[in-house]
Design a protein. Structure first.
Length: 341
């Protein structure tokens, strides 16, 4: 099966977060054959019922190639034309999985060892697979994490700070609003202040940004709302303290800001000879916590079409990614060999 065929076969296996079992079984079978051919091992790393990471390794891994198996909804099957492979997860990250497997096959066929492939569940929701893998490291010195960067080595990635902004009120008949207390009006006031917060800017990562992603509340148009809430996501570019303090001050007296998630902004590894970029999204890298080695972030495809109905990956970039992963692994092997001597 060639690179494009493998990409399409992976895309055509629906694996929306929580439903990764079938693609995991496919990868376990595929990597079992590769392990058998070159004297490696492959295992299921259980995360929860019917969900598992897939780990294959040859020798004691110096370098681990890793990305996630899960996707966002909705699922749609693959198609291709002369330039692109289309479909859910074509770039985020089924094409990356195919490129990593192909790169590993080529390295092993040339006599390479001390390599691992690690494909995890849950990145699109809570990084459950990466957190699980972090509890069972295998001594890897370097982690090459795959996300769509257009084959540019990411020098940094923004973090994330997520809140539920919750307002409480008192129900009343809408004809007599003075008898109630509108939670929706309180929430809108809080959100207006939140939108006015001055957010930090970083020389490398650029500006921090804020998105009000969801709004809900109320029971009917003729009832004063007794509850309302919004979900807010801030893309961090540094320490979160000033932003947290500003959020708390903005909602004071109107609503409560409830912590949901924080992922720190990251500075990432760089290597000579690679074009570089920075990315605004978050990845599994913080969840690994360094347990699988110094992290690098690179992969084919554009994040601008990931999570959309136009998701696709350029065939040219898939081919380039295979060469890039091979070059990075060799460079890191050499770097570790020199440091060991």
């Amino acid at each position: 099966m060639n690179l494009f065929e493998l990409t399409r076969e992976l895309v055509d296996i629906e694996s929306i977060t929580g439903n990764e079992e079938r693609v995991g079984e496919f990868l376990f079978g595929r990597l079992s054959k590769l392990a058998s051919s070159y004297g490696g091992t492959v295992e299921r790393m259980e995360v929860e019922s019917h969900r598992f990471n897939v780990l294959a390794q040859w020798g004691a891994p110096t370098v681990t190639l890793s990305t996630h198996m899960d996707t966002v909804p909705p699922f749609f099957a693959s198609r291709e034309d002369a330039e692109f492979i289309w479909g859910r997860a074509a770039c985020d990250t089924k094409g990356i999985i195919a490129a990593m497997i192909t790169a590993a096959e080529n390295l092993l066929a040339a006599g390479g060892r001390n390599l691992a492939l690690l494909f995890v569940v849950g990145e699109e929701r809570n990084s459950a697979g990466a957190y699980r893998a972090a509890t069972e490291p295998r001594g890897s010195k370097f982690l090459i994490n795959g996300e769509p960067t257009e084959n540019k080595l990411a020098l940094g990635s923004k973090g994330a700070l997520r809140y539920e902004i919750v307002a409480e009120g008192r129900m009343a008949h809408s004809a007599y609003p003075e008898l109630g207390e509108s939670a929706i009006e309180k929430l809108l006031s809080a959100l207006d202040r939140v939108r006015s917060i001055e957010l930090p800017c970083d020389e490398l990562l650029g500006p921090s940004t804020l998105n009000i992603g969801t709004l809900s509340g109320g029971r009917a148009p003729n009832i004063i709302a007794d509850h309302a809430q919004a979900e807010v996501m801030i893309r961090l570019v540094g320490d979160s303290k000033s932003t947290r303090d500003a959020i708390a001050q903005a909602v004071k007296g109107c609503a409560e800001a409830r912590d949901v998630l924080e992922i720190p902004a990251l500075r990432l590894g760089e290597l000579d000879g690679f074009e570089t970029t920075v990315v605004a999204y978050t990845t599994d890298i913080p969840a690994f916590g360094g347990a699988w080695g110094q992290p690098f972030l690179i992969g084919p495809g554009s994040i601008h079409v990931a999570h959309t109905l136009e998701e696709r990956v350029p065939k040219r970039q898939l081919v380039e990614a295979v060469e890039i992963y091979q070059r990075m692994v060799k460079q890191l092997w050499n770097q570790e060999s020199k440091s060991a001597s």
